[in-house]
Structure formats: C-alpha cells, structure tokens
Design a protein around this ligand. Structure first.
Ligand SMILES: Nc1ncnc2c1ncn2[C@@H]1O[C@H](COP(=O)(O)OP(=O)(O)OP(=O)(O)O)[C@@H](O)[C@H]1O
Ligand SMILES: [Mg+2]
Length: 367
C-alpha cells in the first residue's frame, strides 16, 4: 500500500427526498488499501459505495478515482467492480461459467478464457471446481466464486457490500483472513462495507466510522480503538465506560476532571485539546480497569459491589455497581488461572483501579 491518495471523496452528499443518506462526506482512500466503511444500519454505507460504483448520482460533491473525475463516467466504464451482500452467482451455471461471466463481452479465444478462469480458481483455492454446478457449493465457496468473478476483470477498485454477511461465524472468520490475504496478493484497493466492528478491526488498514450520513472518524484500527475522538466512535468500536464531567485543570499532558458520580479523575490520555471548565466525557475501556478484592495501598480507586458477571470462558465481563452512579461500571478480565470464576456470585465488595493513561477525554457535544 502506498500513501498516495487513489480515491478522493470530496464533500459528497446524497439526499433521497428529505433523507440525507450521505451528508458532506470527505476523505481519501489510498492505492492498494483495505478500507472499511463501518457504521450502524441506515448510516449511508451502501449509498456511498453505490456512488463510487456510479449506481447513484451524488446530490452534491465530487468523486475522483486515480485522478479522474467520475461525474461523467457511467458505471460500466469505471475502474471498479462490486460484490454484493447476497452473493449473486447464477445457480444454473457451472463455477467456471460464473467466473468467466464478465469476460464474455471481451470475446477472448476459448483457450485464453479457460486459462484466466483457471488462474482465478487457483486464487480462491478452488482449483478443479470449474465443472461443479454453482448450486452444489457451500456458502463460503459461493462467496469465493462471487469474489473471483469480480476480480477476474482486474478492476483497480473492488467495492464489497457486507460480502460475508450471510455466512455463519466460523466460516465468516475464516473468510475474513482469506479475503485479507487475497487482497494483499492482488494489490487491488478494497472498499469494504460492514456493520460488524470486529470484522472491520480484523481486516482493515483504515476504517471510516460513519453515523447518520457523516464520516465521523477515519483512522487505523489501533488508533480508532485507543485514541477515539468522539463518544460515538469510542462506544461503537468496543465498549466504553463514560463518566460525565468538566475540566478542573489541564496542562503539561495531564488533566483533572470533576465528575458528579465518582469524584475527580485524572487523565493522561491521548486527547488534551480542552480548556478549563469544558464539559467532557472521561472514558475508560473495561479491559483497562483492574478489579481487586482488597483496597489498594496507593493510587486512585473507586469501590463498588459486583452486580453480575458474564463468564465467557476465556474472559469474564463483570458489572459493578458504584454508589452515586446509575449505570454499572463494566470491567473485562482475562480468565487467567481461573481469576474470572472468583467473580461469580454477587455483592462482593471490590476496588477498581486504572492508570491515568487509560482515561480518555472526549467532547460531550460531539455526536
Ligand atoms: N433509494 C432510496 N430511496 C430513499 N431512501 C433511501 C434509498 N436508499 C437508501 N435510502 C435511505 O438512506 C439511508 C442510508 O441508507 P443505506 O442503504 O446507505 O444505509 P446502510 O448504512 O447501507 O445500512 P445497512 O447497514 O442497513 O445496509 C437510509 O435512511 C435509507 O432508508
Ligand atoms: Mg447497506
């Protein structure tokens, strides 16, 4: 992947009547990048993808691919191909006929066509399946055939709209890795729509988190998770405990936040661009909270009572009631040496601690 911008989305809006499906969206996608559009249902992901493909015309704004403005370019002349959520392969054709479908118009000699189809079968690890009927395949195999069909024309960009949505969890996880390997191998720019945060984190070089037609944050998976800039993004990617408060003091890379629920919280988190008295959310990830059965001898802590715990095998989620706070504080602990099983039962008094670095400040008014 290079740093060069390859797809440029500039101030794109799409209105359907009074619905703003996309609302002034701007960002760039790099050449060879695996780029995810992530957001809840109805936030405008498919609409944005369809505008890249040329199936929808933007109400406002411009799209460039490889430096070329797309406004006057019809879908079939764009250097893109699209894979849809419900794998649209033709059940009455063979695997080879499905994969070669897009090449028909090119009128290639049969030998050359067969060679390309064989290469594509190889690429999706289905060599020898060419003669199978498409209706004799598993879900994962069908999805791979749909991918091969989209890739055989060697588009510069592949647009994928929830391509793994119809697969069960195990197969989905396997396909995530395969798709990622395939993308690296062919070096094509992938724009991948999903509403599954784990899928976006696993697969992408970068993610655009969308909400209500807007692209809220665009960053690498690690930075989005560890340094979110909006409460929405912090909560949508993973889970977050929020403490409402205001900035009491700030400077020199640290801040003290006054909260009504748990008193003062110190932050040495990533976002320090606030002023005294600003309303903020102090946010702490569940896995950054340590749960102890005894009062720590130093440092800051709050105390509470175990309300419930969900044992998940490798880890446990423990909900802790803290006096003065409506929502329980969620903590996540690894079940190392059976630590999580000690949390079963209720009403143990526990002490919660975290590092100042784990307290992330976010603006309260951002959506
Ligand atoms: N052709 C259309 N006519 C009217 N409204 C539309 C049309 N297409 C989409 N919308 C609306 O635009 C908004 C965004 O839709 P879009 O399909 O882009 O969402 P999405 O993020 O892909 O959601 P999902 O995860 O459910 O697929 C929704 O409110 C939807 O109802
Ligand atoms: Mg959609």
């Amino acid at each position: 992947m290079s740093d060069e911008s390859f797809i440029s989305i500039k101030n794109i809006s799409k209105h359907f009547g009074n619905v703003r499906a996309c609302d002034d969206v701007s960002f760039d996608i790099r050449r060879g990048e695996f780029f995810a559009l992530l957001g809840p249902s109805g936030c405008g992901k498919t609409t944005l993808l369809r505008m890249l493909a040329g199936f929808e015309i933007p109400t406002m704004g411009e799209i460039f691919i490889d430096g070329q403005p797309m406004a006057a370019i019809p879908p079939y002349e764009r250097p893109v191909n699209m894979v849809f959520q419900s794998y649209a392969i033709f059940p009455h054709l063979t695997v080879a006929q499905n994969i070669g479908f897009g090449l028909r118009k090119d009128k290639l000699p049969k030998a050359e066509m067969d060679k390309k189809v064989d290469e594509a079968l190889e690429m999706i690890a289905m060599a020898g399946y060419g003669h199978r009927g498409a209706d004799e395949l598993s879900g994962g195999q069908r999805q791979r055939v749909a991918l091969a069909r989209a890739l055989i024309k060697k588009p510069k960009v592949l647009l994928l709209d929830e391509p793994l949505g119809a697969l069960d969890k195990k197969l989905r996880e396997q396909m995530q890795l395969e798709l990622r390997d395939l993308q690296r191998e062919v070096g094509i720019t992938f724009v991948f729509v999903t509403h599954d945060q784990e899928e976006a984190l696993t697969m992408s070089d970068r993610i655009a988190v969308m909400a209500a037609g807007k692209a809220l944050e665009i960053d690498s998976p690690v930075d989005l998770y560890e340094k979110p800039k909006t409460p929405f993004c912090a909560d949508f990617l993973g889970t977050m405990n929020f403490f409402e408060g205001s900035v009491d003091s700030i400077g020199g890379g640290e801040a003290v936040i006054k909260t009504a629920e748990v008193g003062s919280l110190k932050s040495k988190g990533p976002n320090m661009d606030f002023s005294t008295n600003d309303r903020v959310m102090a946010a702490i990830r569940p896995e950054n909270i340590e749960v102890a059965f005894e009062q720590p001898s130093s440092g800051s802590f709050i105390t509470g009572k175990v309300r419930a715990s969900a044992f998940l095998g490798d880890r446990a989620h423990v909900y802790i009631n803290v006096e003065g706070r409506k929502d329980p504080v969620l903590t996540a602990m690894q079940n190392m040496d059976g630590a999580a099983s000690q949390m079963s039962g209720q009403d143990h008094t526990v002490w919660l601690t975290w590092s100042d670095e784990a307290v992330i400040l976010l603006p309260q008014d951002a959506s």
